[in-house]
Ligand binder design. Structure first.
Ligand code: PLP
Length: 398
């Protein structure tokens, strides 16, 4: 018998399965709102001008392709730190943060999870209910028990902060708590600045290990504005983890550009922590690929390209906001009685629309509009050409 005879078919990834169904759909009016990708008004994944300029310069220079350091490109890593904490912040000056270039946000979460597993194998990891669908699988694959903390309240379409806080205050010391630093995926519901302050205090009081997932910096209000959570933890003096992803903010999805930052108690501790993190990386993939990190480092390191990138990022942010308010207005114009104004308050690329699984199925079957069965839609997949059709169709299935 084959050594694979007993291998069972794994369940399909729900979102990738949706993409396959969308691709197979022959209707010309079809729209894919199930994705987690930013499309421009032409329905294309943009190649940012700042990225293009940095890539052209890199190619023209014909750099050699030697191995990178295990922790990746130093200019990139320091660029990541400056984005997170602001250039010249105390935490950087004091040597209390180490950063390793990683394979996207997912790769950053994975090396962080593996490092934490060596540190405290019996800790439980808590993720928001609901959360990005890969969080649970990823921490489980690293060997952790994964549970939920209360987060989204469907009745208010916001954060059930009282329940969340009560849960945090009940956890065992050493528990790992995964937090979406901004633009919560999938709900679009973020905490207020004051609530972040309370989360920091709960982590301090219970001795929790905060792990901030920053996949959408710049998509809510701006680079610095979206660092509220990071800054609250940085000011606390606590130790914590941050995974960064530049997949969306630099539109570099397939280049796998991310980073893991770990904030320690001292420079001396940073040296020890980095040495162990490097062992984790070495046994996973040895060292990260060059291109994406070099491009991001070049953009962040040039005043001109950085300004251009911030403009382009602002353009993406503003376009998503226009799609939010446009959709709400268009539903209203079509006589929809239900109040959808919450869609305007939600932040980032996603909205939990409150559409039921049946309504989502009807959208797919009758109109060729694909959304996640939870009612999550990606606002960045709407554009001036499909928004009327989407509004018409939603109005009809409600
Ligand atoms: N974390 C969250 C909350 C995300 O939404 C995503 C991507 O969708 C990631 C992490 C992973 O990012 P990357 O594609 O860079 O691995």
């Amino acid at each position: 018998a084959s050594i694979f005879a007993a291998v069972e078919m794994a369940p399909r990834d729900p979102i990738l399965g949706l993409n396959e169904a969308y691709n197979a759909d022959t209707r010309t009016t079809k729209v894919n709102l199930g994705v987690g990708v930013y499309y421009n008004d032409e329905g294309k994944i943009p190649l940012l001008a700042a990225v293009k300029a940095a890539e052209q310069a890199r190619l023209a220079a014909q750099p050699p392709r030697g191995y990178q350091a295990i922790e990746g490109n130093p200019a990139y890593n320091s660029g990541v730190q400056n984005l997170l904490f602001g250039a010249g912040s105390d935490i950087i000056a004091e040597g209390r943060v180490i950063t390793a270039q990683a394979l996207g946000g997912t790769g950053a979460l994975k090396i962080g999870a593996d490092f934490l597993q060596r540190l405290n194998p019996n800790a439980t990891v808590y993720i928001s209910n609901p959360s990005w669908e890969n969080h649970r699988a990823l921490f489980e694959a690293a060997g952790f028990k994964v549970e939920d903390y209360p987060y989204y309240d469907a009745s208010t379409r916001g954060v059930d902060f009282a329940s969340m806080r009560a849960k945090l205050l009940s956890l065992q010391p050493g528990s790992v708590i995964v937090l979406h630093a901004c633009c919560h995926n999938p709900t679009g519901a973020d905490m207020t600045d004051a609530q972040w302050g309370e989360v920091v205090e709960a982590c301090r009081e219970r001795g929790l290990v905060p792990f901030l997932d920053m996949a959408y910096q710049g998509f809510a209000d701006g680079i610095a504005e979206d660092s509220v959570a990071v800054n609250a933890f940085a000011a606390s003096g606590l130790q914590f983890f941050i995974s960064s992803s530049f997949s969306k903010s630099f539109s570099l999805y397939g280049e796998r550009v991310g980073a893991l930052s770990i904030i320690t108690a001292s420079k001396e501790e940073s040296g020890r922590v980095l040495s162990q993190l490097k062992r984790v990386i070495r046994t996973n993939y040895s060292n990260p690929p060059i291109h994406g990190g070099a491009v991001v480092a070049a953009v962040l390191g040039s005043a001109e390209l950085r300004a251009q990138w911030e403009d382009e990022l602002a353009g993406m942010r503003v376009r998503i906001r226009e799609m939010r308010s446009g959709l709400v207005a268009k539903l209203q114009e079509r006589g929809v009685a239900q109040d959808f104004s919450f869609v305007i308050q939600q932040r980032g690329m996603f909205s939990y629309t409150g559409l039921t699984a049946e309504q989502v199925e009807k959208l797919r079957a009758e109109y060729g509009i694909y959304a996640v069965s939870t009612g999550r839609i990606c606002l960045a997949a709407l554009n001036s050409k499909n928004i009327d059709y989407v509004a018409d169709s939603i109005a009809k299935v409600l």
